[in-house]
Design a binder for this molecule. Sequence first.
Ligand code: UDP
Ligand code: MG
Length: 314
Amino acid sequence: MDLSIVLPVYNEEKNISLLYEKLDKVLKGLNKSYEIIFVNDGSKDNSYDELVKIAENDKNVKIINLRKNFGQTAAMAAGIDYSIGEIIILMDSDLQNDPEDIPALIDKINEGYDVVSGWRKKRKDPLFSRKIPSFIANLLIKKISNVNVKDLGCSLKAYKKDVLKSIRLYGDMHRFIPIYASWVGAKITDLPVKHHPRQFGKSKYGISRTFKVIIDLFAMKFLGSYSTKPMHFFGKIAGLHFIFAILWSFIYLYRVIKSKKFLTDESLVLIFLFWALTVLFIGFGLLAEVMVRVYHESQNKPTYIIKDKINFDK
Ligand code: UDP
Ligand code: MG
């Protein structure tokens, strides 16, 4: 199979048939074997029925129906796990991404890139709740990760199968896929893509997402740089506290010797604090070491549960 398109769906009943028509037109014109995988992420509207109708008439359309709403990242992960195309394209199912960009994405992959990252050059979203927070988040992520990708929030991206399948997705971290990919040596490029305002249905996210993205950024940095050696991370913090603990202890000792009496002032509190924090951070580090091992051992556990599948061979 040449091509897999993976689309997470959560309450998009009004978008699905229109989206399918557009996809169908573009993909039929490519002369490639393809599959369209819709992952119904526990929709509460008629999305699932709409999808089933389409899958009954087109065997290229496959459906994964999740038991409940697991979130966009887990839905994407399910679609990726069951895809068989050499190139995998991820996109939203709310018509904000445009299927007409697919051929250009594929051309770029064929030029030799592992990841082609859609870039909403003319983004059609609200300025204050979306574009500005996203601008700041992208800047921070670029700085912290040292990976230069223009628009991480844009779902429309193309991946070589091997690169994407080697990345495990947790939490809300689909935004960071290009960064993980870059860390495992993928060649990445940006490609301007169309973007449309949402016509039907509502966005599933509010402004609090920016905060979550930034918090996730720290977790990502931690996992990227220290996931096999968390003790180095916590050890550094413990080391810092250790220096202060020693320093204050000596200063205190010096003062006690000089004044020849036991002193009960605030420096005792500081000494206690720094020693305690040193020990605590070492403890955190050790705990993290244990957890990291569990984390790596249990990598085969999926982050979603499937209720049923349609049009899949196995
Ligand atoms: N989505 C999903 N599960 C969720 C939330 C969203 O599968 O829990 C899907 C949604 O149907 C859409 C895509 O993820 O196809 C992006 O969501 P949305 O358009 O709400 O995000 P925005 O464009 O506002 O950033
Ligand atoms: Mg959207």
